[in-house]
Ligand binder design. Structure first.
Ligand SMILES: C[S@@+](CC[C@H](N)C(=O)[O-])C[C@H]1O[C@@H](n2cnc3c(N)ncnc32)[C@H](O)[C@@H]1O
Length: 247
């Protein structure tokens, strides 16, 4: 039997094993037994044309939330863009760094470098599900973005609005601790995104995307700082001294 990690996605199995192997099988299993396959093989591959078209839309410094093994971070870094991946999984962060990207092992709900200064936040591959509370996640993303910043999120093909308890499983015996996850189709995401400007919606390669713009005038009293860029290549550096400044 595999020991269940206290925090989802962070244990040695089965997510880390799948990332190490570069493929599944890996699933989110609902309590009713329904299995949602996770496309680990695609996540571990290079950015494909659909990914690259998403990245073409990014503005300013990019934060990839739940970056997984880092194909998007690596592609943006190769383009010379300022980009940081964050993920709670050590295996995901290590993989991203090995690809040449910068990544921090950190939850999106913890303090992060560049708060309120990111030009784009990515929630790809179902990551709108993180935390199982779309209101909380959208609120957090709004606080990470600069005023008028862009959120690009991938939604499900089906028009669902679902918050469920799931386990990560390889469909054999390795089952992690249960955690809350959300699945949102585009209409559901737009319902949660009150106060955001709808920038675009598109479908490509059978995948669905929404781009939302945060409020242009920030109500937060934090004054803008200087221009800038992440200049360190060190991974897992504490946020307090991560050298991010504004563009
Ligand atoms: C559905 S997978 C997406 C994989 C990824 N986008 C990729 O390209 O490979 C969800 C990812 O989000 C990460 N994650 C889960 N909860 C998180 C949180 N609270 N903060 C940051 N990352 C999280 C997981 O470790 C996992 O890598």
């Amino acid at each position: 039997m595999t020991t269940s990690p206290a925090v989802p996605w962070t244990g040695p199995d089965p997510y880390a094993a799948a990332l190490h192997a570069g493929h599944g099988p890996l699933f989110l299993r609902r309590t009713d037994g329904w299995l949602l396959p996770l496309d680990v093989e695609r996540w571990c591959a290079r950015a494909d044309p659909v990914d690259r078209a998403v990245l073409d839309r990014c503005e300013g410094p990019v934060l990839d939330v739940g970056c997984g093994p880092g194909r998007l971070v690596a592609e943006l870094a190769a383009r010379g863009r300022t980009v940081l991946g964050i993920d709670v999984s050590a295996a995901a962060v290590d993989h991203t760094v090995r690809l040449g990207g910068q990544a921090l092992r950190r939850s999106v709900f913890e303090p992060l470098p560049g708060e309120s200064r990111w030009g784009t936040v990515l929630l790809m591959d179902g990551n709108v599900g993180i935390g199982g509370d779309p209101h909380a996640l959208l609120g957090r993303v709004a606080r990470l973005l600069a005023p008028g910043g862009l959120l690009i999120a991938e939604t499900t093909e089906a028009d669902v609005d679902e918050r469920v308890d799931v386990h990560l499983t390889d469909a054999q015996e390795a089952v992690g601790a249960p955690f809350l996850w959300a699945r949102l189709g585009t209409p559901a995401l737009l319902r949660y995104a009150r106060g955001w400007e709808q920038e675009a919606q598109w479908v490509a390669g059978g995948r669905r995307f929404v781009a939302l713009r945060s409020r242009r005038a920030s109500s937060s009293a934090e004054p803008p700082k200087s221009t800038a860029v992440i200049s360190s290549q060190r991974a897992r550096k504490p946020s307090a001294d991560w050298p991010v400044a504004d563009r």
